[in-house]
Write a protein that binds this ligand. Structure first.
Ligand code: EPZ
Length: 417
């Protein structure tokens, strides 16, 4: 089992190039199942979840190869409709193949994703939406057995709760449905807009008709296309927080700054100096870090995927802050580990009280989920001495070359077996 050794404390200085977005790549990869033509994708991040999704597509019969930095996906002979538990259990986004398989074949058998450290991860909103498109389904031994006897029929669907994955599944399914679908109360994360841009480029007919309402007119097929995946806004936010926490000086490249305006505004309020250029954010951490109360929310609110990282920064603020986790029911797994490093964080339900003026102590630590793992690295970077972070397979799911990128900007970090 690999682990990371981090020798702190040091300031991060230099330039970080942000990779493609894991959470934009996954739904777009799933959507390629709609096509019987070749699809070319650029800027995919080299992370475990992308490899898992590629394996899942290959298990469904997709022919996939890499040509330099471009992924070539050929689904012209893709016929299988069974997505196995062994692949879906490690990456809950596997449920996103359900919509395209139903749209293309009218039937599918896909494993329920199962829960993870941050929550039970139900898919009821996905299934309720698909039923409105004419899908009949039964859950048998942990699998969704779904059929659309008369094909998918366009309909008006209002999501009972804002869900990124359910919005993506329904968008993909509705692109080939007969007639018009109106989706209301959609999630509007940038990754969803990237999925929509990809589908439009491939000849689909989608249009926002209100802030959270989308009109989709079904088409017969999707065309061959090449698409560049957007930047990973959570990776970018992670490095911004790292600069603020280590009082460093970082240039974050390959980004669209206004997409993370909420995070930038909060970091400015905390005291970081931030300058924006076209595709670059220059951040200089401030000696004094001001406390602030944060609540996670669907986009454009503060992202739940940055909550753990922000908690580390607020441990170093001048007084107590409160963080409210309003998206997932159990996303404070990092708290116990941070408290072992000297933090004073108490949680009641989905609220965490984060004491300020903490000097983290190096320690041996355990990663529990993707974003909790990276928060432990941030804390270790500010702690004097050697910290060891175990179970870093969580980290490798969503951060490309993290120790190389951190080393390049002055971190003393190495991966050991
Ligand atoms: C996506 O997960 C992201 N994953 C998550 O990122 C992210 O934290 C989350 O959106 C919220 O922004 C990918 O894009 C691959 P949801 P998703 O459906 O789609 C409940 C990371 O670290 N819900 O918006 O699963 C759900 O339990 C990952 O990169 C239902 O109740 O999130 C949660 O409480 C972690 N029923 C809330 O809604 C459903 O059918 C939001 O979930 C679906 C969701």
């Amino acid at each position: 089992m690999q682990k990371l050794e981090v020798f702190g404390a040091n300031k991060l200085k230099g330039q970080v190039n942000i990779s493609g977005s894991k959470n934009a790549s996954l739904p777009i990869l799933a959507a390629t199942l709609l096509s019987s033509k070749k699809i070319y994708l650029n800027n995919l991040p080299n992370v475990k979840d992308i490899k898992t999704m590629i394996n899942l597509l290959q298990s469904l019969g997709s022919k996939i190869k890499f040509d330099k930095k471009k992924l070539i996906i050929d689904n012209s002979k893709q016929q299988k409709k069974f997505a196995s538990y062994s692949l879906v259990k490690t990456m809950r986004a596997g449920i996103l193949v359900l919509g395209p398989l139903l749209a293309k074949f009218g039937s599918a058998k896909v494993s329920l994703p199962g829960g993870c450290a941050i929550g039970t991860r139900p898919v009821d909103i996905h299934l309720n939406g698909l039923s409105k498109l004419g899908v009949k389904y039964k859950i048998i031994q942990g699998y969704v057995h779904a059929t659309a006897p008369r094909g998918l029929i366009g309909s008006k669907i209002r999501f009972s709760k804002i869900s990124v994955g359910a919005t993506e599944n329904l968008i993909i399914a509705a692109t080939l449905a007969k007639g018009t679908t109106i989706l209301s109360n959609c999630a509007i994360e940038p990754e969803i807009k990237d999925l929509i841009n990809f589908l439009i480029k491939a000849g689909c007919n989608l249009k926002w008709v209100a802030k959270r309402s989308l009109k989709i007119i079904g088409v017969k097929k999707i065309n061959e296309t090449t698409y560049p995946i957007m930047f990973d806004r959570i990776e970018a936010g992670t490095y911004l927080v790292a600069a603020a926490a280590t009082k460093g000086n970082l240039k974050i490249k390959n980004v669209i700054p206004n997409i993370i305006q909420t995070e930038i505004n909060i970091l400015k309020k905390i005291g970081a100096k931030i300058k924006i250029k076209k595709d670059e954010i220059h951040i200089v951490g401030n000696k004094k870090i001001k406390s602030i109360n944060i609540k996670t929310a669907p986009y454009p609110g503060f992202p739940t995927d940055l909550q753990a990282q922000m908690m580390v920064l607020l441990c170093k603020a001048n007084k107590q802050s409160v963080i409210k986790e309003d998206i997932f029911e159990n996303r404070f797994m990092h708290v116990a580990e941070l408290n072992r490093m000297g933090a004073k964080i108490s949680t009641i339900g989905n609220k965490a009280k984060v004491s300020g003026n903490i000097r983290f102590e190096a320690a041996e630590l355990m990663a529990t989920d993707l974003r909790a793992s990276v928060s432990l690295i941030l804390a270790a970077l500010t702690a004097n001495g050697k910290s060891v972070i175990n179970r870093i397979y969580h980290l490798d799911r969503g951060y490309e070359n993290i120790e190389h990128k951190l080393k390049k900007v002055g971190a003393k970090i190495r991966r050991v077996n």
